[in-house]
Design a binder for this molecule. Structure first.
Ligand code: GRF
Length: 188
């Protein structure tokens, strides 16, 4: 089972998944210069970088992505800080085989700045969600969740660190579990 990770920025989840020994064959990145690309290079993992503005439509660039995924014989797409919605073209090609991680207990606080949203709301517990991807923003069937406590006086940085630590444990484990399910032919 071959994995493609999609990332737009730092790529710390990409790194955690690679370090855990997953079969990551490809990094797909929509931001030339993203640090995730350097991480891929240092692990000898191939990258596919594209700029959406160079394409007439999402369908057009998703076709290019699919060509690359086919070339690398990718079975599972793992979104890790990929800051774009997946369109119908890619969703159809990889139905039930795209997962995402989000830094809140969904369905609370979807979208951008989920940790800031949780802190502004004053919740005492937030966390991390891994879910299958559908056409919505941070919607789709939930696979796993892990709570993270927000203590009085915690700064945004401190909560972000706690959330990331949980992400880096949870995501590699869930990727492994989803791969096992795919191998056994379990369909969601
Ligand atoms: C993570 O917090 C993830 O939950 C969210 O974007 C962030 C990506 O971080 N979707 P990184 O690029 O993996 O360091």
């Amino acid at each position: 089972m071959n994995i493609a990770v999609f990332a737009s920025g730092n790529g710390s989840n990409f790194e955690a998944i690679v370090q855990a020994g997953a079969e990551v064959k490809l990094l797909v990145c929509d931001k030339p210069g993203a640090y995730a690309l350097e991480r891929a290079e240092s692990h000898g993992i191939q990258s596919f970088v594209f700029q959406p503005k160079n394409f007439a439509s999402k369908a057009d660039y998703e076709q290019e992505i699919i060509a690359k995924l086919n070339e690398c014989e990718i079975d599972l797409i793992v979104l890790a800080g990929y800051m774009r919605l997946i369109g119908p073209v890619l969703l159809k090609a990889y139905e039930g085989r795209i997962i995402n991680i989000h830094p809140s207990l969904l369905p609370a606080f979807p979208g951008l700045d989920a940790i800031g949203q949780a802190m502004n709301a004053g919740v005492k517990v937030s966390g991390v969600t891994v879910h299958f991807v559908d056409e919505g923003m941070d919607t789709g069937p939930i696979i796993a969740q892990e709570p993270v406590k927000i203590e009085d006086g915690d700064t945004l940085d401190e909560v972000t660190k706690k959330i990331q630590q949980v992400e880096h444990q949870l995501y590699p484990a869930i990727v492994q579990r989803v791969i096992e399910d795919l191998k056994r032919g379990v369909r969601r």
